[in-house]
Design a protein around this ligand. Structure first.
Ligand code: SAM
Length: 245
């Protein structure tokens, strides 16, 4: 999708992000596990956004830093109580450097897939490995792709209809690059609003290979933040990577 770069998500979504994605019970479950994995050490969140996860984590006394590509998302984070204590570096998580070493680095909410080329995803793992302490872990939360949703490589889904509006999703799937080009379409009396989001999905086993290319190994994989078993029926995974013994 031309004209869509690392900072586009925030330009399009920062204003309403916290309304759509509040720090709810599911978020706090992720915070519990991440805090345990941090073991009191230093923490880095890639694509930290408005702090949905980072702020409750920092409220537990952990030192949290972030990388984020959108100035709009960072502005919302730093305006919140506790936000000023979080150091955020503006840039692309595939490449940008940040001072320090971290015991826990994490990238949640499927955001690895916001990097829309395999090469960017591979470089992201390498960027993390450069800053991971010898006992540090890198945690990824991502959906398990289900390409059965697509017929003839495309899909249109009605998300909701009211008296004055219709909300649709339109997606095109490229099985060669594993890129899904997606539009969230809002139709109402004011007109049409388009919220594009290109994504490059990766199967769990491909993500494991990206980790290997960076020298890391899969240590744990769960079907959710509750540490449930990861099975063929799992729609998402929480995966923990670390250095080999
Ligand atoms: C779905 S939001 C997740 C935000 C936060 N991690 C959370 O869980 O609420 C995706 C975030 O990734 C950021 N982002 C997208 N591409 C990025 C990139 N290449 N480098 C850094 N941040 C990026 C967006 O600006 C946005 O804040």
């Amino acid at each position: 999708m031309r004209d869509y770069g690392p900072s586009t998500f925030g330009k399009l979504n920062a204003e309403h992000y916290d309304t759509f994605y509040p720090a709810d019970a599911a978020t706090l479950e992720s915070v519990d596990l991440l805090a345990e994995l941090a073991g009191g050490g230093s923490v880095l969140e890639l694509a930290i956004g408005t702090g949905r996860v980072a702020l409750p984590l920092a409220a537990r006394g952990l030192s949290v830093s972030g990388i984020e590509a959108s100035e709009e998302m960072i502005a919302r984070l730093t305006a919140k109580p506790g936000g000023e204590a979080i150091r955020v570096v503006l840039g692309d998580m595939a490449d940008v450097d940040i001072d320090g070493e971290f015991d826990l680095v994490f990238l949640v909410f499927n955001t690895l897939f916001n990097l829309t080329r395999q090469d960017d995803q591979v470089r992201c793992f390498q960027n993390v490995a450069r800053r991971l302490t010898p006992h540090g872990v890198f945690v990824i939360e991502a959906f398990v792709p289900d390409i059965a949703h697509f017929v003839d490589h495309h899909r249109v889904r009605t998300v909701g209809v009211t008296f004055g509006s219709a909300h649709l999703e339109a997606s095109v799937h490229d099985p060669v690059t594993q890129v899904i080009t997606y539009q969230y379409i809002t139709l109402n009396q004011a007109g049409v609003r388009l919220t594009p989001l290109p994504m490059r999905y990766a199967w769990p086993c491909e993500i494991d290979l990206m980790a290997r290319l960076a020298g890391l190994r899969l240590q744990e994989r769960w079907g959710g933040w509750d540490r449930s078993a990861f099975t063929a029926a799992s729609s998402k995974h929480v995966s923990v990577y670390g250095w080999p013994d």
